[in-house]
Write a protein of this length. Sequence first.
Length: 453
Amino acid sequence: MEVSSLAQLVLDISCSFLQIGKSTRLTGDDGDFYAVEAEALGLEVDVLRQFIQESHLRVLRVLRRDSGDGVKLSLESGEKDKPKAKRQKVPTFCLIKTLKTREKLTQGAPLNSQLQLVTLGTEDIGTLVTFVQHSFAPLLQAQEGHEDDTGMSSQNKRMPLIRKRLKELEVAMVQFQNNVEIPDVDLKIHPDIQVAADAWRNSKQTGSIDVDALGFTDRLNDTGFLNEIQAGVNRWIKEIQKVTTLVHEPVATSATQEVNFWCDLHRALLATQTKLTSAEVEITLAILKQAKRYLVTVTFAADHGLGGALKTVASVMNLMKDFSLHAILSATDIPQITVGINAVYAQLKKVRLADEYKLSRVLSLVELVSTDVSVQLSTVLRTTNLFQIAFDQFDEIATHCHDLFLTWHRQHHAFHELVKDLSKRRGTAATDKVRSLAEMQLDHLAIEERMKD
């Protein structure tokens, strides 16, 4: 293959994906006119030639670079030139040699039979999820069907495991994408107090902090200094409340989000608690207390509400700790979903230990789990054409579905009775209404009704 052919391909794709302007038709092979034209855009001829001729170089990365001289392209090839994580924000596409291409790129064969195109350079993980869902998964499914036709039984046996691993990857990325962001608590420290705290730590002292020993005796009567650090403490309260008030947030829009929300909130509250035990905070409060600024020091703990929030979340964590929807979300067949349902209801029963978790909220969580079951069951069923398979295979699928629905009904009725009993014990019937079975919105029931027809 001539360097000019690959350069033209890179240039044409760059115009579409990297928006470098109008495409320029390059002339000549490796002549002077071509070299000047290509290098003006950043198309290093040596990199292109190396990628063509050396079979071990599998990837050519093309990155858009904005500089004072205008838009240019940066080329990288080979494993040793893998871009660092921070560079992934740069608009990028990759030309990847296909697995069948063991030799250097050839002039006669079409480029689309020798190269694959992948676009990168986005901070949105949803793009990666789309790659998995709509590119990798269908490609794997087509490959599995091809192996069925050609009778490659030994490799075909590995396909269910590969599909399961791919599904697990998709689930992990979706869970990461759906995480509810908990704000960071930033406690601004007065510069003089920061210096004193560093000195106190370096001296490796233990026990209570002595304000006089730290050199703040003369500043206890400095109104400006005291007002400044008192205003800082008031800002701390508002900063901490950004996290502590989240315990009153409404239920999330998915079961995974709900579980991740409480786990992330628990970690954020513990991190905030650690910050409040730092030398900087203790010195600040000790100075205000010794200066008799009692209004802020006495009400500080009550105002920021960290203690109450930690108590609430610690109770909720009895339910949320180790709560996993993985078995349902990563299932590749119906029996696996059924196993996941049993696992989820076993975990839901721990609501008995989560006194601070509202019973109406746990029923909403059950509805969200039902949505996950519905989506996953639909996904599994779509992998088979129910109107074209043999009756024995159809009967097997119908039996698996019947077992799944029966398992849900049995577990759901038992759990609902548990929730009603807990409502009586807690005495919260007036403030935390428990809906009846008929009032609950369970998405997977639509599939059950359709299969009955």
